[in-house]
Design a binder for this molecule. Structure first.
Ligand SMILES: Cc1cc2nc3c(=O)[nH]c(=O)nc-3n(C[C@H](O)[C@H](O)[C@H](O)COP(=O)(O)O)c2cc1C
Length: 358
């Protein structure tokens, strides 16, 4: 494996290699988006259109990428986004992802739609981890998951607010793909005979699980039931970010769910300044969607994000080389960020200001 891995020089190379290794339907499930998949291409174009205005002749002898997220020190502002079903990328699934992320010292947001139980993932590595929670219709189930997360050392709850309905993901329909049920939702499991024959089973399963009637008091309800900070993931409007914070969210994630929900939604990097302005210093703001280069991360920081999260590249790293692949992807992006910051004259993340972008 090492020879191949040595030829992977950027995050896109990891995708190319993962595609060669994965079952085509599994690749499509990870890579794909909703409807016409317009949103898959938007972050790349939006990020590329932002121009950097470097400062030169500053002292960049050391370039300090470290920061904190909700009080956790992290060596770089790059976190692992929640994504379900890591077992389709690698047999060790989230256990390997957790090890890979922990080896780099960063936060992993564990999807509650994981292949392995939350407790096993917690036991696999000592790194900081947050738990993702969907907008569950069954509030008892939500509280049960909350307690399980608290007991096993998760330190924040990431409530995904942009997923009330299952999008039309055409690649999955064509491939007759349906995700295997997660052990975290045993009651909601689709019988095995159904999940690989029709995409309808997964839609039905999610429609039964998710609460279409949920409004912002859902966030307050959750925040009142835990001492852990609540992060609202999936806002694209400043007004929603303000409502999330007013409802008790300690942080928001500007996200379009990686183009997997509402196609043609505004790309997160474009929505970021509006959210940052709406939230001010009342909460932390993170962003995800299409971050593949150190310069991309730099642009997000310059526009006011405290950190970015990456989704698919982590799964590509996992598919290519297990835990080592996850670490390699995270460290590669970190390394690129360090170089980009140095070339912009920023010796630390505090020096990455909006004057650096045009
Ligand atoms: C295979 C896959 C599964 C995902 N599952 C979840 C999930 O369970 N909960 C969630 O909030 N977001 C989920 N996401 C979205 C990611 O958290 C993140 O928003 C997105 O992947 C970021 O874009 P990127 O892949 O371009 O980095 C998933 C993404 C992928 C690719």
């Amino acid at each position: 494996m090492t020879d191949t891995v040595n030829h992977l020089v950027n995050l896109d190379d990891y995708e190319t290699r993962a595609r060669e290794l994965l079952d085509p339907a599994a690749y499509d499930y990870i890579a794909g988006g909703a409807d016409a998949e317009v949103s898959l291409g938007l972050p790349r174009r939006a990020l590329d259109a932002i121009r950097l205005r470097p400062r030169v002749m500053t002292d960049i002898t050391t370039c300090d990428l470290s920061t904190t997220v909700l009080g956790h020190p992290v060596p770089a502002p790059i976190l692992v986004a929640p994504s379900g079903d890591h077992g389709i990328a690698h047999p060790a699934g989230e256990l390997a992802t957790a090890r890979g992320a922990a080896d780099t010292g960063t936060v992993m947001v564990v999807s509650s739609g994981s292949t392995y139980p939350l407790e096993d993932i917690a036991a696999a590595a000592a790194g900081p981890r947050w738990m993702h929670l969907p907008l569950l219709r069954d509030r008892d189930l939500a509280v049960e998951l909350l307690r399980r997360a608290e007991r096993s050392g998760y330190s924040a709850i990431c409530l995904t607010v942009d997923h009330k309905v299952m999008a039309k993901r055409e690649r999955n329909i064509r491939n007759r793909w349906s995700t295997p049920p997660s052990p975290n939702f045993p009651a909601a499991a689709v019988p095995r005979a159904e999940w690989d024959v029709t995409g309808a089973a997964i839609r039905k399963r999610f429609d039964g699980l998710l609460d279409r009637s949920a409004t912002w008091p859902y966030v307050s309800w959750l925040a009142e039931r835990t001492s852990l900070p609540v992060v609202a993931k999936g806002v694209l409007a400043g007004a929603d970010a303000a409502l999330a914070v007013a409802s008790g969210a300690a942080a928001v994630i500007v996200s379009d769910h990686g183009g997997r929900q509402l196609d043609t939604a505004v790309p997160p990097i474009e929505a970021l300044p509006e959210v940052v302005a709406a939230v001010g210093d009342r909460a932390e703001v993170y962003v995800d969607g299409g971050f593949r280069r150190g310069t991309d991360v730099l642009k997000a920081l310059a526009l006011g994000a405290r950190a970015v999260l990456i989704g698919r590249p982590v799964l590509w790293g996992l598919a290519v080389d297990g835990a080592a692949g996850v670490s390699a992807v995270l460290l590669m992006l970190r390394d690129e960020l360090e170089t980009a910051m140095a070339m912009c004259g920023a010796a630390g993340v505090a020096g990455v200001t909006k004057e650096l972008v045009r």
